[in-house]
Design a protein around this ligand. Structure first.
Ligand code: B1M
Length: 211
């Protein structure tokens, strides 16, 4: 078993100390941080999601896996972010109201900060008004929303509608993402952009800021 497969399998078992230590070892062995993320941490979390869907594991197991994922992400973060880059723009980001899934949103924030954006992270379970107020107060160029539950996706439309009704749609763009979210849904609700993963989110936000 490769070290990346070993990281994935410890993550599946929620063994955060092992995930942290092996993530450090992988970096010390000069494995690229993005590869450790994709083929170790995210690969393990995909298995967890599938097992949870089939009722082979339960919520506490998923929580342990999430803790292990965060332990690995903490080690990777400085390697995914780059310092001293001229600001590319400002983005307010958060997980929408009713939704507590923040691992993907955190990853998107890390990658955007690494690409030189000022990231204002509102956290999770963020009410629609809070996204729009924060963008207006901070003069942000973009609002980024994450949703992992089909039941919380409609909150994204509320935010898009609020941006329009407050007349901010000339200056503030909206981008959405998260496992159940699709490009079709983004078009349907009138969001300006959609991204399927964190790296793609950077490209999308750059395009929106450049106009
Ligand atoms: Co929950 N959960 N969960 N969960 N959970 C899912 C989402 C689920 C698909 C599992 C399943 O059934 N297979 C399912 C949703 C079903 C649905 O709605 N269709 C589900 C459920 C049902 C629930 C609960 C309702 C369970 C319950 O209580 N009975 C509950 C809801 C709580 C709530 O939010 N109100 C719940 C709870 C939890 C935990 C708290 C235990 C934990 C979250 C911990 C945390 O985030 N701090 C958890 C987890 C970990 C998952 C799975 C297993 C993994 C999610 C994850 O972190 N993936 C998930 C299964 C799955 O997604 N396969 C599942 C790794 C992460 C890197 O990927 O978040 O997709 P992801 O982010 C990606 C892209 O989507 C994209 O980029 C990221 C990086 O590439 N992206 C963006 C994300 N946001 C973006 C924003 C952008 C652009 C791209 O622009 C702004």
């Amino acid at each position: 078993m490769s070290i990346l497969e070993t990281i994935a399998s410890h993550l599946e078992r929620g063994e955060h100390d092992e995930v942290r230590a092996l993530t450090e070892t992988a970096l010390a062995e000069s494995i690229d941080a993005a590869t450790v993320l994709d083929e170790g941490l995210i690969a393990g979390m995909q298995v967890v999601g599938e097992q949870f869907r089939k009722h082979e594991i339960f919520l506490p197991d998923v929580l342990m896996a999430a803790k292990a994922m965060n332990a690995g992400l903490e080690i990777l973060e400085p390697h995914l972010s780059a310092a001293d880059i001229k600001s590319q723009g400002k983005i307010v980001i958060g997980t929408v109201k009713g939704d507590l899934h923040d691992i993907g949103k955190n990853l998107v924030g890390i990658m955007l900060a690494g690409a030189g954006f000022d990231v204002i992270d509102l956290g999770k379970d963020v009410p629609p008004e809070r996204f729009v107020d924060a963008a207006a107060e901070s003069d942000a160029n973009v609002i980024g929303m994450s949703a992992l539950l089909t039941t919380t996706m409609p909150s994204m439309k509320t935010v898009v509608d609020l941006v329009k009704s407050r007349g901010l749609d000339g200056s503030v763009r909206t981008v959405i993402g998260g496992a159940p979210v699709t490009e079709e849904y983004a078009n349907e609700i009138g969001a300006d952009g959609y991204s399927f993963d964190a790296a793609n989110a950077v490209e999308c936000v750059k395009r929106l800021v450049e106009g």
